[in-house]
Design a protein around this ligand. Structure first.
Ligand code: GLA
Length: 430
């Protein structure tokens, strides 16, 4: 049986060595949260509609503020592969698409900053962006870093397309852009998007505060990738499989977060309410950046119940920053157990019914031994999605009727059991 206290051997040593390299310029001590234009209003742009313009940003910012999202931690507003003109200006500077951004980027940054938020912009490590028709930053790293800093940009996402000829490595190229950003003197969050190439988890945290660990997470619950973490994109279950292989607790840390890509909350199709809640739970457990890729101007009650859940956000942002690993996976039943310790001694637990083998609702258990606790301990169980206390239990907890693709997302506390001792219960229940 694997438990939270088990060490991870030589890989752990490697990970600890890299911990010293965290890219700390004051930004992203906790996993970044916010909104990104990509996937908001089209099939991650495959549908050809590009919603990126000044009005969209301003109305999105206004909606975020009106709904209290900044107070919950959602403070980045990022324009993806859509904001720049197709040509640089006469001096070789990046410039925004003039019809979409008539007042320029500095104007937008001021608007965003006045509301206590950060502005993010996208560029590419190579010659062209991934849409293929806009300038990438290769050959212009210092110049672009100065331009972005001069506008007041707070986050730079750097994609992986248009790779330049020659014997370059990702570590060298992203390292150069990181140095160029640093040299501007403006603290910016560097969001490294190399799709998990070149084992980025081993070095990404040394040059960026967040780094993509795979190809795009597309808006499907189950979309098999061609190989673990690779292919043209993948569904939520495949992202979880890849994270289980990588073991987030080894690599994710303050100022250096593994990025499994955007949240496809209630995107439609298989990303329905249950799937979206499961996706959010997994991302919260991994200390992953919580980047919303849906239209926050139309926040339905269902969407709000997922995205604005303070208890789930508290797990994601927990000060111990110990990302969850998968402790148990039964491929015959689809039962998965993910767990992480929290700063106050509590444990966060996710019992996930992947439904890969199909089927009926499952009854799932977590034992205190798996959480690194003695079997006789008494601990209080709180259901994060139901916002309900389940009682105080000895030895473990059993959640019943977890339906296909659903989770029991729990905060389990020995301290709360002492405080709430009168509500002792040994009856299993969800
Ligand atoms: C790549 C990235 C996506 C998005 C698009 C933009 O696919 O992985 O996140 O930025 O490019 O073209």
């Amino acid at each position: 049986m694997r438990s939270l206290s088990i060490a991870h051997g030589p890989v752990k040593v490697l990970a600890l060595l890299h911990a010293a390299l965290a890219y700390d310029n004051g930004m992203a001590r906790r996993p970044p949260m916010g909104w990104n234009s990509w996937c908001t209003d089209s099939l991650c742009n495959l549908a050809g509609h590009d919603p990126c313009n000044e009005h969209m940003v301003i109305s999105t910012v206004d909606a975020m503020v009106a709904q209290g999202m900044p107070e919950l931690g959602y403070n980045y507003v990022t324009l993806d592969d859509c904001w720049s003109a197709k040509e640089r200006d006469a001096s070789g500077n990046l410039q925004p698409e003039p019809r979409a951004f008539p007042n320029g980027i500095k104007y937008l940054a001021d608007y965003v900053h006045a509301r206590g938020l950060y502005l993010g912009l996208y560029t590419c490590v190579g010659m062209k962006t991934c849409k293929g028709d806009r300038p990438g930053s290769f050959g212009h790293y210092e110049q672009d870093a100065k331009t972005l800093a001069g506008w007041g940009v707070d986050l730079v996402k750097m994609d992986h397309c248009g790779y330049p000829p020659g014997n370059h490595t990702d570590k060298e190229l992203y390292g150069n852009m990181s140095a160029a950003l640093n040299a501007t003197g403006r603290p910016m969050t560097f969001s490294l998007c190399s799709w998990g190439e070149a084992s980025v988890w081993e070095w990404g945290a040394g040059v960026a505060q967040m780094y993509r660990i795979a190809m795009d997470h597309l808006p499907f619950f189950n979309l098999p990738s061609m190989a673990a973490g690779q292919g043209l994109g993948q569904g939520t279950i495949q992202v979880a499989e890849w994270m289980a292989v990588l073991q987030p607790s080894l690599w994710s840390r303050p100022f250096g977060w593994m990025d499994p890509d955007f949240l496809m909350t209630l995107w439609g199709g298989t990303m329905d309410f249950i799937a979206s809640r499961t996706e959010y739970s997994l991302w919260a457990m991994w200390s992953a950046p919580l980047l919303i890729a849906t239209d926050v101007r139309n926040l339905t009650a269902e969407k709000a119940s997922i995205l604005l859940n303070k208890e789930a956000i508290a797990i994601n942002q927990d000060a111990l920053a110990h990302a969850a690993d998968r402790l148990r996976n039964d491929s015959a039943t689809g039962e998965q157990l993910w767990a992480r310790p929290l700063a106050n001694g509590d444990r966060a637990v996710l019992l996930f019914h992947s439904c890969l083998p199909g089927g009926a609702p499952r009854t799932m258990n977590v034992s205190w031994a798996e959480l690194g606790w003695e079997a006789g301990a008494r601990a209080a169980v709180r259901d994060i999605w139901a916002h309900e206390d389940r009682g105080v239990f000895s030895g473990g907890y059993t959640a019943v009727d977890i339906s296909c693709r659903d989770v029991a997302f729990l905060r389990i506390s020995k301290a709360a059991a002492v405080a709430n001792g009168t509500r002792h219960s040994v009856v299993p229940g969800k």
